[in-house]
Design a protein around this ligand. Structure first.
Ligand code: HEC
Ligand code: HEC
Length: 257
């Protein structure tokens, strides 16, 4: 049988989801009781949220709601991390009784899901927005279509948690990874080239230019070289209403290559 997760929905009903198509948790526990998830939330807010944040993404490099935890892929590992802490880091040992521990494990394993329920719309409508009003293909490649100003999104749902996808849509500049930054340069003969930085070292820079060609330049030969900190991607929070954003997120999450 496929593992399932169950949780309280907005409005009080309980919903179960099959994990086969979900985030692919490597866990040793198939089901969590809604009551445990509920109780776990209060334990979480009391014991963990001060450091990890209410949304689970406040510690750099740790996204509790992302579903993949390096040192806590299995429930018994998660329990160990909580019980023993992670020596030499800010993750201190936390003493919980059995009910609290059961609750916290259930809650942490279902954090992604809670957000899914609250923010995911209809993937079919999201696709229509992606290809239509959102105009995403004017910059992004998807399954061989679209332009290359932005990263290829064919597998984006497999490599980024929902929280990161949502942040990218709302605040593209704030979430831009340094390696994705647009560059503008002028070569020795005066040609202006713009594109996306793929790699850079002390002497050379490699970019994907706006015609999607991979090009390498010796910095010493360039007349000008600027890295632009502002993302060319518009912030969609004011361009799309919340329902449209929820649909778009559902579509992005479904893109697993
Ligand atoms: C005092 C701050 C603090 C508190 C409280 C805290 N954590 Fe952490 N936690 C951290 C830090 C910092 C790390 C990252 C350690 C590192 O790798 O440097 C971490 C790491 C983790 C990891 C490992 C993540 C991974 O990718 O493997 C898990 C799981 C975790 N915490 C769960 C919890 C839970 C559940 C609670 C509440 C019961 C909690 N933490 C309370 C600071 C805290
Ligand atoms: C004007 C060009 C442009 C448009 C239009 C655009 N994007 Fe982007 N997008 C980018 C660029 C460039 C990046 C790389 C990082 C950055 O600049 O924020 C990016 C990054 C992203 C990321 C993060 C990728 C990662 O690796 O984490 C997502 C997700 C994304 N865009 C989705 C969309 C969606 C969905 C739309 C349509 C609603 C869209 N983008 C429209 C240019 C664009």
């Amino acid at each position: 049988m496929q593992p399932r997760i169950c949780g309280p929905m907005v409005g009080g009903a309980v919903l179960c989801l099959s994990l086969g198509i979900g985030q692919g948790y490597a866990q040793d526990h198939a089901e969590y009781e809604p009551a445990d998830i509920e109780y776990g939330r209060s334990v979480y807010l009391e014991q963990c949220a001060a450091c990890h944040g209410e949304d689970g993404d406040a510690v750099a490099g740790v996204d509790l709601r992302g579903g993949r935890l390096r040192r806590a892929a299995l429930d018994r590992e998660l329990i160990q991390v909580i019980r023993n802490g992670i020596p030499g880091t800010g993750m201190l040992a936390i003493d919980l009784d059995t009910a609290e521990m059961t609750g916290i494990v259930a809650y942490v394993r279902n954090m992604t899901y809670e957000i899914d329920v609250a923010t995911l719309g209809d993937a079919g409508r999201g696709r229509a927005i992606f290809e239509g009003a959102g105009d995403c293909l004017s910059c992004h490649r998807l399954q061989g279509r679209g332009l290359r100003t932005g990263p290829d999104l064919t597998r984006i749902g497999a490599v980024r948690p929902l929280s990161a996808l949502r942040r990218s849509l709302l605040d593209p500049t704030g979430t831009m990874r340094p390696i994705d930054r647009p560059v503008e340069l002028v070569t020795a003969d005066g040609t202006r080239v713009t594109g996306r930085r793929l790699n850079e070292d002390t002497y050379t820079v490699q970019i994907l230019d706006d015609d999607a060609r991979l090009r390498s330049f010796d910095k010493a030969d360039l007349r000008e070289f600027h890295v632009i900190a502002q993302s060319p991607m518009p912030a969609y929070g004011d361009r799309l209403d919340p329902a449209a954003l929820a649909d778009l997120l559902a579509y992005l999450v479904s893109l697993k290559g």
